[in-house]
Design a protein. Structure first.
Length: 387
């Protein structure tokens, strides 16, 4: 019999999740006077209908129910969850539509659907449309815009069920970071550790890994994104940046650095203390209604020797079905003119290194912004031997 040592409990309601997300998406469309969205990226469609369609398109009007254009093999299960389906007309494969008749017929059908939905003449948001499809829609007289702006506006503030999912995914991080810390032994390679963590995440109830970096010793500075066969050595700093797909596909993004061995040196302890203090000070600044430019201005001041490392990563970014969602704040880019909002799920990045030392410390905390401030969504231990 198959067994799974999951730590996930089903505390959320999938039907309510679907209804609430669609309501937020359509509200964002109406606010921006967008008539409909045509979503080809299945992750974007997942947000609208809470159902995965690996190859197809989803039409979302500003009012009313979405319509999924599906292949025969996908029609049954999509219909079962209550989503209206229609046959796919155009999949964007030039070899199947050499004369362009398919895409022209498809563009005309989308134009007719806009009229049928009561939004004829208004803008249509599209996401990952191929060039031929984009031209066909334009030639059909449709006014196009980037759907990503609408999707990010809707997804920025989480629904009650999205928050429940994040709390459950945090339980994976509670355990897996302890396992990572406890399994650090000289002789284990970065790749071997990644294989171990991947298996643990899946067994605990994660849907999979979006990304995982395990960096040790000199691979921590500069931060090396891809694993190597380097084996951990006594006294190494070893960091892990872990992006888990939790239930429903939600991305949880957090990091920790631990010591391989029993005793760290003074340089390691200095970097680690500074990183912990900086990360927690940033978290302490967060509150609903705080303008994002003001948050950046109030960040703890850093000695110049640490700025190259810290500012090479995000300061803060949102999370959802995709990583690095809005708001996404980087020191070297223009700071978004907006305010933080209650029920945003945010990752605060922290990377401390300096040019004259071969190692660095990476910490990242995922928090829920509540009316009282930021709450950490996972109980991930720090490295006691370096504090």
């Amino acid at each position: 019999m198959l067994t799974q040592e999951t730590v996930i409990e089903k505390t959320w309601d999938d039907d309510r999740l679907r209804d609430d997300r669609l309501a937020k998406l359509q509200a964002a469309m109406r606010e921006r006077e967008v008539g409909a969205l045509l979503l080809k990226d299945w992750v974007n469609a997942l947000y609208a209908i809470n159902t995965r369609i690996p190859s197809g398109q989803t039409f979302v009007p500003a009012e009313g129910k979405p319509i999924a254009f599906t292949r025969p093999m996908d029609d049954g299960y999509v219909s079962m969850v209550g989503v209206e389906t229609r046959p796919t007309i155009y999949l964007g494969n030039p070899s199947h539509d050499r004369d362009g008749e398919g895409r022209r017929r498809w563009a005309a059908a989308i134009s007719d659907l806009m009229v049928e939905s009561g939004v004829g003449g208004r803008s249509l948001g599209v996401d990952t449309m191929d060039p031929e499809g984009t031209v066909a829609l334009h030639e059909a007289g449709l006014k196009l815009m980037n759907a990503r702006t609408i999707l990010q506006a809707a997804a920025s503030v989480k629904t009650q069920d999205e928050v429940l999912i994040y709390w459950q995914t945090g339980r994976i991080y509670d355990r897996v970071m302890r396992q990572f810390r406890d399994e650090l032994q000289p002789g284990i390679s970065e790749q071997q550790m990644i294989n171990f963590i991947h298996s643990q995440v899946v067994s605990m109830g994660g849907e999979g890994l979006l990304q995982i970096n395990v960096c040790s010793g000199e691979n921590t500075w500069p931060w090396r994104r891809w694993p190597t066969e380097r084996r951990f050595q006594q006294g190494d700093l070893v960091g892990m940046d872990l992006h888990v797909h939790g239930p429903g596909g939600y991305v949880f993004d957090a990091s920790r650095t631990y010591l391989c061995g029993e005793v760290g040196n003074e340089q390691q302890r200095e970097l680690y203390r500074r990183a912990v203090d900086y990360n927690n000070a940033c978290i302490g600044l967060l509150k609903p209604g705080l303008p994002i430019p003001e948050f950046v201005e109030r960040l703890p001041k850093l000695p110049e020797k640490y700025q190259e490392a810290v500012y090479s990563f995000h300061i803060i970014h949102s999370n959802g079905l995709t990583p690095g969602e809005y708001p996404n704040v980087e020191k070297r880019h223009k700071i978004v003119d907006d305010v933080f909002k209650e029920n945003q799920v945010l990752s605060l990045d922290c990377y401390f290194g300096e040019q004259d030392y071969h190692e660095a410390v990476k910490l990242e905390e995922l928090v829920l912004l509540t009316r009282d401030g930021a709450a950490k969504m996972a109980d991930m231990p720090y490295e006691d031997r370096l504090q």
